[in-house]
Design a protein. Sequence first.
Length: 293
Amino acid sequence: MAALTRLSKPSFTSLSSVSRISRCLYSGIAPEPGSHGSSPYSPRLGPKPNLSVKDPKDRNVQWVFLGSPGVGKGTYASRLSNLLGVPHIATGDLVREELAASGPLSKELSEIVNQGKLVSDEIIISLLSKRLEAGGAKGELGFILDGFPRTIRQAEILEGVTEIDLVLNLKLREDVLVEKCLGRRMCSQCGGNFNVASINVKDSNGSPAISMAPLLPPPHCMSKLVTRADDTEEVVKHRIHVYNEKSRPVEEFYRSRGKLLEFDLPGGIPESWPKLLEVLNLDEYKEKQSAAA
Ligand SMILES: Nc1ncnc2c1ncn2[C@@H]1O[C@H](COP(=O)(O)OP(=O)(O)O)[C@@H](O)[C@H]1O
């Protein structure tokens, strides 16, 4: 696990820029070349957004979670969001909400998602902008983004409209990722996420052995469990391939800006959660762990 400079304690004073961020995202504004240091990427040109970037100490956290399908982004982003009092915004959830609403976009989206492909940057940015607008109207502050950005273009657009404080890159060996995706279940009534896979793999080719106990649902959810349509072996393997092709470069985008914190998951939640709090310098929030669980 590569060490990143210990983070300063997240602060909880107000930030009113979320709706401005969403407006900028919506118009697809990208930064001027060179406006964020020596970027090796050449974003689409647009006017420089009029967005004052606040010091992270004067506002709530703005974090991004990266990682392959099945790594546990949702699990840890959701726990940290409870702990820090910031919204957890998962673009995969926004896509699934759109699918469930059976609106004009849903047929197009279901074909893309069920084949394990990426939705277009335009559609994702439009969904994310709407979510940020709605949150801004409710007074939401800061965010933990999960599943966004997933392409260099998405990263450039985000970089052009606001300051991301930290990008957490969760890592797990690929054979475990597939098993974890195949074990995922959701309760169709309460929306709770569980995992029925019992993972116990030996060390091989330099990858360490890893054990993860299943995360079983309470008895009242047991008969209501559903599996995501895109969690079949073929589609999961394709999603991992798409991640390696389109999203790995996003890791380098943030690594070159000194924002990437790599975190190799040592096991299931009981082993990983305390270690994650430690590397995030959030040990002092440990007493709130039970509330976040
Ligand atoms: N930022 C994004 N860009 C493009 N497509 C996305 C994005 N976020 C989510 N999607 C779409 O939604 C699907 C589900 O996303 P998600 O729940 O994050 O799944 P996972 O991380 O397990 O692959 C993706 O396979 C993709 O089709």
